[in-house]
Design a protein around this ligand. Structure first.
Ligand SMILES: [Zn+2]
Length: 272
């Protein structure tokens, strides 16, 4: 009898959560093939990424005023998405160059917002190196890594509140509440750490996307050399993405797996 009561309470709980639409749902990622638990829909990921973007841009010193480089980052990122499996994800990817000349960094917010700092881009010799880094960040988006960790890190109640807040009408009277919810969420996005598995998956996806878009994947090995030569000082991407030696070895393995007869000559380094 007691067991039955317990079962019915559990069932009621499950029904309530299912009704709220915030049950972490196990789904198979169409591009990575990985089964994952995510409470957010792709549409919600896009909304959250767009909400957090202005703060991230501000932290990176605003948009870089060099229109030629800004256009190049956008063009290379768009070429990688539009000519690879990343396109299948349906996320509206956007690429921005941030003015920060001190901290070499690149990051992805959920739902397709990708940024790189000027300090990182200034070290690149060609388009393909940029394509490698942007491809890696696109990989985090396609892999839904932020959404997965938000699901793990936050209680379902918190997510319900946040989704309610984000979904609410911008003209409604509860502006303060919405702002507080978004601020809390923005903080969580900034503090989200990707795991080593996420980084490996983003590396593999990045190589795949850049190659499908016609860029020579060996450029990503050059990026690892650049990170090593910078030695970690002022290089955020180095600190949040550790062990360039191990990554380089894995990247080499992945390149030979993709191209056992050598990288095709048609794959380009792009403009210098
Ligand atoms: Zn990464």
């Amino acid at each position: 009898m007691r067991l039955n009561y317990t079962l019915s309470f559990a069932l009621m709980g499950i029904l309530l959560l299912a009704h709220l639409g915030c049950m972490p749902v196990e789904s198979q990622n169409a591009i990575t093939g990985k089964r994952q638990f995510v409470s957010l829909t792709p549409e919600e990921e896009v909304k959250l990424g767009l909400q957090a973007m202005p703060d991230m841009v501000k932290q990176g010193g605003g948009l870089d005023p060099d229109q030629r480089l800004q256009a190049l980052v956008k063009a290379v990122g768009t070429r990688v998405v539009d000519n690879s499996a990343a396109k299948m994800s349906g996320y509206p990817f956007e690429f921005r160059l941030l003015a920060d000349k001190k901290v070499a960094n690149a990051f992805a917010l959920p739902g397709g917002q990708v940024c790189s700092t000027r300090a990182l881009v200034d070290h690149f010799d060609n388009e393909a190196q940029l394509a490698g880094v942007l491809g890696h960040e696109i990989g985090h988006g396609v892999g839904r890594h932020s959404a997965e960790h938000l699901t793990e890190a936050m209680g379902i109640n918190v997510l319900v509140g946040i989704i309610g807040v984000v979904a609410s009408d911008p003209n409604d009277p509860n502006k303060g509440q919405r702002a507080a919810g978004l601020a809390a969420l923005g903080g969580n996005l900034v503090n989200l750490k990707f795991t080593r598995d996420d980084e490996s998956q983003a590396d593999v996806l990045g190589l795949r996307f850049m190659s499908e878009a016609g860029y020579n994947p060996t450029a990503m090995l050059d990026v690892m050399q650049i990170l090593k030569s910078l030695g970690g000082g002022g290089v955020e991407w180095f600190q949040s993405h550790p062990n360039p030696e191990n990554r380089e070895e894995k990247l080499r393995g992945e390149i030979s797996r993709r191209y056992p007869a050598g990288v095709p000559a048609a794959l380009t380094l792009g403009r210098a």
